[in-house]
Write a protein that binds this ligand. Sequence first.
Ligand SMILES: Cc1cc2nc3c(=O)[nH]c(=O)nc-3n(C[C@H](O)[C@H](O)[C@H](O)COP(=O)(O)OP(=O)(O)OC[C@H]3O[C@@H](n4cnc5c(N)ncnc54)[C@H](O)[C@@H]3O)c2cc1C
Length: 402
Amino acid sequence: MEIKTTANFDLGPIQALVREYFIPYETSHASSQEFPTYLVEKMHELGIFLSPGSKEYGGKSLAVADLIWLIQELSYGSPSMAATFIGNLLGYSALLLHGEGEFKERVARQYAQEQSLWSFGMTEAGAGSDLLNIQTTARRVKGGFLLDGEKNFITNASHSSHLCVFAQLLSEKGEKEGISAFYIQGNNPGLSRGPALAKIGWQKANTGSLLFKNAFLPEYSILGKAGDGLRILTHCLNRSKTLLAAMGVGIANRALDLCTERLSETKRFGKPLLEQATIRHLLARLHTQKEAAWMLTCKAASTWDAGLDATKESSMAKLFSGAMSVETCRQAMELFGARGYLHDFEVSRLASDAKGIEIIEGPSFVQELLIARMVLPKMNGNKQANPNDQFRLLQKDLKRAS
Ligand SMILES: Cc1cc2nc3c(=O)[nH]c(=O)nc-3n(C[C@H](O)[C@H](O)[C@H](O)COP(=O)(O)OP(=O)(O)OC[C@H]3O[C@@H](n4cnc5c(N)ncnc54)[C@H](O)[C@@H]3O)c2cc1C
């Protein structure tokens, strides 16, 4: 299988957007509660949000191997805007991969025209890693479903016009029919939104809660089949982890560029710090780790694009890239000396941005469980994971670990 190492599209306009708008915004003192609508508009103007979608719906049909280049660039200037894009794509990809017929076409066209945002609602107060514990319900009623419950820590929650939400499907009598995925429009009268959360990283991305009270969803709102929710969730998340890995590389690129600039300007003991041998060795090691993370990310992307299952590669890329970017930013803070400890210097913020990769879309511990299942021989009754069965087996592993 060929591993792509260059982007298939012109990155120039993206790089210009990042340098002209993203870096000044991310380093500004704008409150983390203010959402940069104008940056979302700029991203729409460049077709960034639609780019993964098919040409039929106004998109560019970018492959995963191209999306990782896009994410790497966005993250270089603003991990928050990259997170806005990734959260958006999670919701949008549920429609693209699992929506059907006239409904899919209508929603995809509406999204393309109005240039709005998507949310992907899986996490709840009592259901993060433990997703089988989802308490949000969708009860069958005449002509559709009634959605009730609350989702927490949802990207774009205050601003999304389109949402994909996971809920326990109930029959009219209240019997469980399995976790299922639903599309809900942002203007549904049964939907309200909690306040934006103040975070230590991805500060300028919007994260909040979604509350559903008797929100009526027409029958066509179910994505895939009844009880298909965990398969849809796994399908979307596994791809998205490759994008989070690319974010780690973008953050590390920025931290290393800032370090190189700073160390070449800072003279200690009569010469620039960048000329100190120990520092050059350290930077050489950090660059090598970053390159290794990028190659894992490229391998995961090429595997998806070849139509194969890349769950293992994607989890490995996120695990490695998250740790690599946290370590790179930690070292960058130290190389900045006292300045690395100040809010006004970007490296300290980058360290918090990098940590998000190790937590979101499944903490590193969960990725390790998944990888172990796929690379190690059967042990204690463990079966090696068949891609279709991953989710159920992972939940078993989590239960056993606790
Ligand atoms: C900025 C941000 C954006 C987000 N965006 C979204 C979004 O758009 N949509 C969405 O649905 N969610 C979103 N999330 C939620 C995120 O994906 C979850 O927080 C993440 O999956 C972890 O779930 P949790 O917080 O419930 O952690 P928990 O499941 O409570 O885990 C806490 C810790 O315990 C460990 N752990 C769990 N189980 C075990 C066990 N059995 N044994 C030992 N250790 C264990 C975990 O590894 C972790 O370290 C977002 C979160 C943040 C912070």
